[in-house]
Design a protein around this ligand. Structure first.
Ligand code: BMA
Length: 800
């Protein structure tokens, strides 16, 4: 049997692990240096989840919240020589179920996840990553263990537990200033002196102070602002803090300070937010070969696809420090949820108490990161109540609403605002914001496009029809599933799994009817694969799901981006589009645009274009073709439209618009023509025989990517032929190039080099030229021979 937990059906085979209790034991010898210190703390940065800690056989404390850091004072329990540390961990499944049983007064739904998820019940009763009991894109792996660092910390007088800094705007001086906060643990109160310096600013400030246990706040330093990706720089300063007592240095620490530009997101958003959600980065961090490189790679992939925002979603975990550090550096704005998702939660004192501890600790840990632009209380819990996901009897509704307000408003919101005045707090997502508040925090319809943010999913309606999408103020979730590529699935499957109807294929699908929905959506516009070779048919099917997903999310995102500057029937000014979801935690179908392992799906390549700073989008309204120029920059732009026939690689005709000023941060119509008149002026073109490409230009060159518009579904296209694309791989200085030659117009040209990790400069494109060269950046050493042998090229006409 393969031991890999991700192999085939091992998620179910390994269920016993989380049904058992486990004990971690280690021994260590106390160093002479530590043994003489006045205070010694045993620190756990994270215990997952329900644990009892003992040292040398004596109980030192308990844990029941994986999001909390714990420290236990252990000076008196330590021995010279060998010490034995034990952490006993209870099964999270059994613990959750016990908690549920003890909660007899009323039900806290949902009791269990839908059957298709093959998950565990009552996850809302345990402060643990909510998706670890399964989700609609993830397996049930209720992990247990010490998921972060464990160490001894020792000191004589005091130690700094946390240094944080937040920006505050000083109205009197019209300046941004940094407020530095020190969290101190002290054996006793001590008088001393504190020196804070930022060498880059040539600035040093010294204070006489009392080092008390708890918080010390200091406001100082005028600094430069941090801007999101695409809008400016991400400068930082090195802040040195030194504490002295009687001239002796008692501590010294250095941290990075960045000052967030205040970007009010809701209800007014002044800059467009484009990007997506990330789910938790890794299910089992230890299984990622190189955690920091894959994390960096993942976030760089987001930036390279022109995203400037990510949401750390409430069903996962508060990410590790490195995640936010990289976001700070790359200019990625983070929408940070608190870890509550798609459920009601208990409000007993113990539960609220541990949540309060979690919230304070996490805000203190994270608030220095300028990348975090907003806190949000939960994922979809307002919507769950408002639209009655859990069939709560009307008579009991007030009780659930009271609990909801108590948890997110009276506790979490209040605590966050005490800890951090520099950022807005949203109670839920989606929400109507101030309107929800007026309606008692649970709006009648939290999905109302007139207010706040909206989540919108529809798998049945035709995703090529923009009329089906809500013209929302902020599209904070939308998306479509697709399958990952064969090279991602192959290592965790065997031959008998490689068909769309196999047990494996249905086992990995955790969203009800998901596999069927993908095929039906694809069939609206494409011929489905019909190869007689079963493996080809399977890989072609994976391909068509990716084509469908990429095209659906493209259409929807284009609709949101072009809706930024207009209000129609009271709706519009869409100021953000965050699609669901960035990455995967196993090899399975999901809404992600990046596969498990980091390979870009076709959608991610599409995002590179549809999130570009300058981009043209086309749509039809009453048989009229309308093209908008979307631009984050103020530019004089003109439009060039090329009309191609499906059979020819040279344009049938070309149309040019005159130059028009497109103001920065706007979307404006630059072209409008009835399709009939457009086609009449263009050879023998009909909707079935021709298609359009179009691009924006300034006086000298093309601005932004080329886009295209199909005048019919590709399955109805007349003249679409097999393109017989050939490729030549060559080695260049820093990458490889792949030069393609095509016999005819080819939509959705997909290059795949199997399990050679890396990325193409562009992929999934429409080929309307005989030759095209793309680059391949490999993430490990490879060769022309290996790439040539691995390369497969698929385009739409190759699958039927
Ligand atoms: C959203 C998310 C997740 C879910 C996704 C797809 O609502 O918040 O709960 O995975 O939809 O169903």
């Amino acid at each position: 049997m393969q031991l890999d937990p991700y192999f085939r059906f091992n998620d179910v085979s390994y269920r016993w692990i989380a049904l058992d209790n486990w004990t971690y034991t280690t021994t260590f010898t106390l160093s002479a240096e530590l043994s003489v210190k006045q205070k010694v703390l045993l620190v756990f940065d994270g215990v997952d989840t329900v644990g009892s800690v003992s040292l040398n056989g004596i109980a030192v404390g308990k844990t029941n919240n994986m999001f909390c850091r714990h420290d236990f004072s252990v000076k008196d329990l330590l021995k010279d020589g060998e010490n034995v540390l034990q952490v006993g961990l209870l099964s999270p499944i059994l613990y959750a179920s016990e908690q549920r049983k003890a909660h007899t007064s009323y039900v806290v739904p949902p009791e269990c996840p839908p059957g298709v998820q093959k998950g565990e019940c009552h996850v809302n009763f345990i402060r643990k990553e909510q998706s670890s009991f399964s989700w609609d894109w993830g397996p049930s792996f209720p992990t247990m263990g010490l998921w972060k660092g464990v160490r001894l910390e020792a000191f004589d007088i005091l130690q700094l537990v946390q240094v944080s800094s937040v920006p505050l705007y000083n109205d009197a001086f019209s300046q941004w200033r940094v407020q530095v906060e020190l969290l101190i643990d002290a054996v006793q109160t001590a008088r001393g002196q504190l020196t804070l310096s930022i060498p880059e600013l040539d600035s040093e400030q010294t204070f006489q102070t009392h080092f008390n246990p708890g918080k010390t706040k200091i406001s100082l330093f005028q600094v430069k602002l941090w801007w999101p990706n695409g809008h400016g720089e991400q400068p930082f300063y090195r802040l040195t803090i030194r504490g002295f007592q009687d001239e002796f240095l008692i501590f010294s620490t250095e941290s990075k300070v960045r000052v967030l530009t205040y970007i009010p997101l809701l209800p007014l958003v002044c800059r467009y937010v484009s990007g997506l959600f990330s789910i938790l980065f890794s299910l089992m961090p230890d299984l990622s070969a190189c955690l920091s490189c894959s994390l960096k790679n993942l976030l760089q992939s987001a930036v390279d696809a022109n995203m400037n925002a990510l949401r750390v979603w409430g069903g996962g975990v508060y990410e590790q420090d490195l995640f936010y550090e990289i976001c700070d550096e790359l200019g990625i704005m983070v929408w940070q949820d608190f870890m509550f998702a798609c459920a009601m939660y208990p409000t007993e004192t113990d539960f609220i108490q541990t949540v309060r501890e979690e919230v304070v600790q996490q805000v203190q840990r994270l608030k220095s990161h300028p990348s975090i632009i907003i806190w949000s209380g939960n994922n979809e819990n307002e919507a769950a109540l408002a639209t009655d996901w859990f069939d709560i009897p009307a008579s009991q509704r007030p009780k659930y609403i009271r609990d909801y307000v108590m948890l997110y408003v009276d506790n979490i919101k209040k605590l966050v605002q005490e800890e951090d005045q520099s950022r807005p707090f949203l109670v839920s997502s989606p929400t109507n914001g101030a309107e929800s508040e007026q309606e008692g925090w649970v709006a009648e319809n939290p999905y109302d496009p007139h207010y706040g943010d909206v989540h919108f999913y529809s798998y049945i309606l035709d995703c090529w029809d923009w009329r089906t999408f809500p013209r929302t103020r902020f599209a904070s979730e939308y998306g479509f599933q697709s399958w990952p590529s064969f090279s991602t699935l192959q290592p965790v499957s065997i031959k008998e799994d490689w068909s769309y109807g196999s047990n494996f294929t249905s086992h990995r699908q955790h969203h009800e009817d998901g596999n069927q929905q993908m095929i039906l959506q694809a069939a609206l516009h494409f011929h489905l694969p019909n190869a007689t070779d079963p493996l080809k048919r399977f890989t072609d099917t994976l391909y068509i799901t990716q084509v469908m997903q990429a095209q659906c999310v493209k259409t929807q995102t284009e609709f949101y981006r072009r809706s930024r500057s207009e209000i129609i029937e009271g709706k519009g000014h869409t100021m953000g589009a965050l699609y669901w979801q960035l990455n995967d935690i196993w090899q399975a179908p999901s809404w992600s645009s990046i596969e498990f392992g980091g390979k870009w799906k076709m959608l991610h390549y599409f995002a590179q274009s549809f999130f570009a700073a300058v981009f043209p989008v086309a749509f039809e309204e009453d048989d009229t073709l309308v093209i908008y120029a979307i631009s984050d920059l103020s530019r004089d732009l003109k439009l060039r439209v090329n009309v191609f026939s499906w059979t020819e690689l040279d344009p049938v005709c070309t149309l040019n618009s005159s130059m028009l000023l497109v103001p920065g941060a706007s979307a404006v119509a630059v072209f409008k023509q009835p399709i009939a008149s457009l086609l009449a002026g263009c050879g023998n073109c009909t909707r079935l025989t021709c298609l359009l490409t179009f691009q924006l230009e300034d006086d000298s060159s093309q601005q932004g990517p080329t886009n295209h518009h199909f005048l019919c579904s590709p399955k109805d296209a007349q003249g679409l032929r097999r393109p017989n694309i050939t490729a030549k791989v060559e080695e260049k200085k820093t990458c490889f190039s792949v030069t393609l030659h095509s016999d005819s117009v080819a939509p959705f040209v997909w290059l795949d080099v199997g399990n050679i990790p890396g990325r193409f400069s562009s992929n999934g494109f429409l080929m309307v030229s005989r030759n095209r060269t793309v680059d391949f950046n490999a993430w490990r050493p490879t060769s022309v021979a290996e790439l040539t042998a691995s390369l497969t090229i698929t385009s739409l006409r190759d699958i039927y």
